[in-house]
Design a protein around this ligand. Structure first.
Ligand code: ASP
Length: 326
């Protein structure tokens, strides 16, 4: 039986035209441009939106998750065409919002528009649709012959066809002559359920040497702020200016703010490894483990929207929900 795949188009370079590039209404003509996709699966197309991915955020993550949940039974797999700039955030967001996933959700896009010479769009689309017909029941990013876990992926190069990587974790599959699927692929451990909710009141502080404590304290005083992600050095170290405001952080955390500490580079955050980060642990900041910003921001937004109970929220943030912690 031919697999049924729903292709959701959100925008990105793949469907753009012109100089500078702008979104084009090409989505509905996609199957005319790449008819070989129909040799792989029966494909329905839904144009969800047509945006540069810099304009996609928590609201769009929620509606994408709802759209997939609503027709989850009707398809064998899903392909999401998405701009590369924020693809890793959306992929991570969906991997939290869609629990107990039993079908592939495959993000793809392109570094050159489908209409351009030497475009990578054609290959990425063919690979993504093929993966959507297999038994890889995860939210993934398919790009340049590699398949990455969505909540471990980062965009690492804006000018290369090899745009994505998953630092600290091998790809889930390689698309060479054969489709070589790794044993790391996760399967569902609970029934499918969707929780398409994200609280947008989350900020990020990216630490740099010499950062002024004022810039952070000012954010802590924002009454709307519900979550803060601190992108720290190494395994979670912070400069003296930030150590000096540990008490302000503790007061903010006691007042209900959730603070998650991630590392700016690969590795795993350990707030007890160095004296210079102990203050954050004492203040009640949550170690983000192996999460990159791309995985941590949507996870914190999701946890805030989904759990009113603080202990449940903390348990969720520390739990390995979709393979983001490893
Ligand atoms: N600016 C584009 C986007 O993210 C880049 C891309 O699609 O590769 O929408």
């Amino acid at each position: 039986m031919v697999a049924k795949v729903l292709l959701l188009h959100t925008g990105g370079t793949l469907g753009m035209v012109g100089t500078p590039l702008v979104p084009d209404a090409y989505g509905s003509r996609l199957l005319d441009a790449v008819p070989e996709l129909l040799q792989i699966a029966d494909i329905d197309i839904d144009i969800v939106c047509n945006l540069d991915s810099s304009d996609l955020g928590p609201a769009e993550w929620g509606s994408l998750a709802s759209t997939i949940a609503a027709c989850h039974e009707a398809y064998d797999g899903f392909v999401i065409v998405h701009g590369t700039d924020t693809m890793a955030y959306t992929a991570a967001a969906l991997s939290y919002a869609l629990e107990g996933l039993g079908k592939p959700i495959v993000f793809t896009g392109a570094q050159r528009p489908l209409s351009a010479l030497r475009t990578d769009a054609r290959r990425n689309l063919v690979d993504a649709v093929e993966v959507a017909t297999t038994s890889v029941p995860e939210v993934t990013i398919c790009f340049d012959g590699l398949l990455f876990r969505g909540c471990r992926a980062v965009k690492e190069d804006a000018r290369s066809y090899r745009a994505f990587a998953s630092p600290g974790m091998p790809p889930l599959a390689k698309m060479g002559i054969d489709l070589d699927i790794s044993a790391l692929v996760r399967g569902p451990t609970r029934a499918f359920a969707s929780h398409p909710v994200f609280d947008p009141y989350v900020d990020v502080v990216y630490l740099t040497p010499g950062i002024r404590s004022d810039t952070v304290v000012r954010r802590l005083l924002d009454p709307q702020l519900r979550g803060l992600v601190i992108a720290a050095f190494g395994v979670g170290t912070v400069p003296a200016q930030i150590r000096g405001i540990a008490e302000d952080l503790r007061v903010a955390v006691d007042g209900g703010l959730e603070v998650v500490v991630v590392t700016q580079r690969g590795g795993k955050v350990d707030l007890r490894a160095y004296k210079s980060s102990e203050g954050l642990a004492e203040a009640g900041c949550i170690p983000g483990g192996t999460m990159h910003l791309e995985a941590a921001v949507p996870k914190l937004m999701h946890a805030l929207a989904r759990f009113d109970d603080r202990a449940a929220r903390h348990g969720y943030l520390l739990r390995n929900v979709a393979g983001e912690l490893g």
